[in-house]
Design a protein around this ligand. Structure first.
Ligand code: DOR
Length: 440
């Protein structure tokens, strides 16, 4: 296949240029100017006006399988990922049962092999049952194939256990991804604690619930010489601490989500208590969002991660206090990330780095690069095409998005995974038909 005349944006090689891309049968990726077909049956796609990016790497996805298949499955979640341009995703451990044993890790990998259409990398729980009491089977899960540790949904609450987890994480060369939330101060909260949340009459989660754990974790990581990755940072104070940690030489990295970069608690207020805006950490005030954008530009925020948290309709169609936290984010991530990047003053190359090589680096995997020996996993993207988000068309079972009805700029036209078409937008310029080759 030859992709002709697209703007190739490949942060790993520092490339941002109009090039032809040739995908060989053995999946080697070649680039050049004016490549012409060598075989009569070679597909040539005119990509003028389109961008060609390495397949995106999402370090934070909830696939819900095993246990919550009514919210999402590996089959539907990986299709949603492909539709979002994501070809590698790391899936969180808060399944049922929790991924805290090698049996669950193997189950996820086998399912992904049979039914998934992009690469699925399981994250193992740091502690058994996410309960912060005893360690999970870290070494055995590493052998089975986990790429990171996380109790996401909650923090590793006990600092003594955290210390041992960090020592194991360092020993097994597994990044520890922390959901930073102090339960004592966050308890019962459902929105940001601040002026807007108070006006709404809802119980708040203050920023300090997040930043007090961020501080603890950075200090612990500094003491132990261990790496720490902070998930879904939401407020300014946390960013100040992460910046300080980086300045001190601590191996601290962090991610922000497209929704925290795009929305505030003010949007939630205006939505009239729409539970699709309910997420943990909660949407914060505009000053925090601005701090996130500045930190994205500055490089304090290393990655943009979806925190794709699909939920069934019943979990959301209840009173705000009782609704589940989470946003279904795989299928809107790329246009939202690029729009945040534009707002923050990043070049497309810089924004794409936060979605490809940076998360790959945190996970210690060689992914997210296209040229110079990268994989034939790529996204063809129309940067200007407007489209209205209609969750009824999502591949994800989770229709819970606050962006429903909103018009986004930029649309994924095609995603290739190891040279195979795993997503083709029905309105593609080439008239190609999607050919899903595995059971959905
Ligand atoms: O909003 C969220 N939903 N935040 C989390 O940390 C967990 C996630 C979920 O699992 O639904």
């Amino acid at each position: 296949m030859i992709l002709k005349g697209g703007r190739v944006i490949d942060p790993a090689s520092g490339t941002d240029a109009v090039l032809d891309i040739l995908l060989e049968k053995d999946q080697a990726v070649k680039s050049g100017a004016n490549l012409s077909p060598q075989f009569p049956d070679e597909t040539v796609l005119d990509c003028r006006g389109l961008w060609i990016l390495p397949g995106l790497v999402d370090i934070h996805t909830h696939l819900r399988e095993p246990g919550y298949e009514y919210k999402e499955t590996i089959a539907t979640g990986t299709r949603a990922a492909a539709a979002g341009g994501i070809t590698t995703l790391a899936c969180m451990a808060n399944t049922l049962p929790v991924n805290d044993t090698p049996a669950v890790t193997r189950y996820i990998l086998e399912k992904a092999e049979q039914e998934g259409i992009v690469e699925v990398l399981p994250i193992g729980a740091a502690t058994h049952g996410l309960a912060s009491e005893r360690l999970s089977d870290i070494g055995l899960m590493k052998e089975a194939g986990i790429v990171a540790l996380s109790d996401d949904g909650v923090s590793v609450g006990d600092a003594g256990i955290l210390r041992i987890v960090m020592e194991y994480a360092r020993r097994f060369n597994l990044p520890l991804i922390e959901h930073c939330e102090d339960p004592a101060t966050a308890k019962g909260g459902v929105v940001d604690e601040g002026e807007t949340g108070t006006r709404m009459g809802l119980r708040g989660i203050p920023c300090v619930s997040e930043s007090v754990i961020v501080a603890r974790d950075i200090l612990m990581a500094r003491w132990l010489g261990a790496p720490i990755h902070i998930a879904h940072v939401s407020c300014r104070a946390s960013l100040d601490l992460i910046r300080w940690g980086k300045d001190q030489g601590v191996a601290v990295t962090c991610e922000a989500t497209p929704h925290h970069l795009a929305l505030t608690v003010g949007d939630l207020f205006q939505s009239d208590y729409d539970t699709r805006f309910k997420v943990n950490p909660p949407l914060r005030e505009e000053a925090d969002r601005q701090a996130l954008l500045a930190a994205l530009k500055e490089g304090v925020i290393d990655c943009i991660a979806t925190d794709h948290a699909p939920h069934d309709i019943q979990s959301k169609m209840v009173e705000f206090d009782d609704a589940a936290n989470g946003i279904s984010g795989l299928e809107t991530a790329l246009p939202l990330a690029l729009s945040a990047g534009r707002e923050a003053g990043l070049t497309p190359l810089e924004t794409v780095s936060r979605l490809t090589v940076h998360p790959a680096r945190v996970l210690n995997i060689d992914r997210g690069r296209l040229l110079n020996g990268g994989l034939s996993r790529l996204v063809v993207f129309n940067p200007d095409e407007p489209w209205e988000v209609d969750p009824a068309h999502f591949f994800s079972r989770g229709k819970n998005t606050p962006f429903a009805g909103k018009t986004l700029r930029g649309r994924v036209k095609m995603t290739l995974f190891d040279g195979r078409r795993v997503f083709v937008d029905a309105a593609n310029p080439w008239g190609l038909k999607p050919v899903p080759d595995k059971k959905a």
